[in-house]
Write a protein that binds this ligand. Sequence first.
Ligand SMILES: NC(=O)c1ccc[n+]([C@@H]2O[C@H](COP(=O)([O-])OP(=O)(O)OC[C@H]3O[C@@H](n4cnc5c(N)ncnc54)[C@H](O)[C@@H]3O)[C@@H](O)[C@H]2O)c1
Length: 296
Amino acid sequence: MHNAKIAVIGAGLMGHGIAQVFALAGHDVTITDSFAQNLDTAKSRIAANLRDLGEDESAVENVRARADLAEAVRDADYVVEAVLEDLPLKQKLFAEIERHVRPDTILASNTSVIPITAIMQGLAGRERALGTHWWNPPFLVPLVEVIETEWTSPEVIARTMKLHEAAGKTPAHVKKDVPGFIGNRLQHALWREAISLVEQGICDAETVDSVVKASFGRRLPVLGPLENADLVGTDLTLAIHNTVLPAIDSRPGPSPYLQKLVADKKLGFKSDEGSPDEQAALRAALMSHLKSMRDR
Ligand SMILES: NC(=O)c1ccc[n+]([C@@H]2O[C@H](COP(=O)([O-])OP(=O)(O)OC[C@H]3O[C@@H](n4cnc5c(N)ncnc54)[C@H](O)[C@@H]3O)[C@@H](O)[C@H]2O)c1
């Protein structure tokens, strides 16, 4: 899809960043939001991001803000939804969108965890619907998981993969609509064990983070887990699993320790863990790191 007409529904944290990526790739983007303030500021937020990243600021001219949903999607080749994480809201929106678009317009949801199947099941044209799971910030994290449902046509998957690749993203085809897709399954397998190590008194939270950052975290940008298994040998991987897997946390639900933290209102930054300066420093370090990775 060259010079495609792309409609982004929701101009929040993710929506404005997704619009920015497509605008910078030369597409003709409309963005809509039910909250006027978020719609009104979308273009200025995109312009500020572009400036901060040293990208071509004129790309913001490819974005048009539209208050009316029907008007935003009417001519679209591709629609991506990034509204609140609320199933009935997403279902209602796609039903409405389907009334205003062509039969071949691709419809994508950026949901974090809601099954794509649940969002899209009521559509008349379920073969043109899929998930595209971006990561925050959308203009700095390359991955977009492209999630197939049992109804999605192979052509829709192929066109969506190409669209994101041409926009500089790293699309990954998720062949089954499973909770957490790929990235969050991997990420939260690690978080479960990280929490369990603290819960068992094996180390404190700072030590967990320090161990990750000072060891395999260093290698991850160039060595994925399965490349690593090839590197050390599947026989050694099996030997390690025989000893380690029976010992690590495999409880099916969230840990009681995590549940108690939440019940006690110990919510991390939200409950003022860390001073404002420490919080700002961590956020700044993350952005600076992501920018340096992009520039490599
Ligand atoms: N924040 C993340 O890190 C992240 C990462 C990947 C996916 N997601 C998913 O992306 C989606 C958006 O998340 P976000 O973090 O950008 O949220 P957000 O709250 O920043 O933005 C959501 C926007 O949707 C708008 N909205 C609500 N109802 C609407 C409607 N009926 N029509 C049009 N706009 C409407 C809101 O006004 C708001 O501007 C969610 O499904 C979320 O789970 C978030």
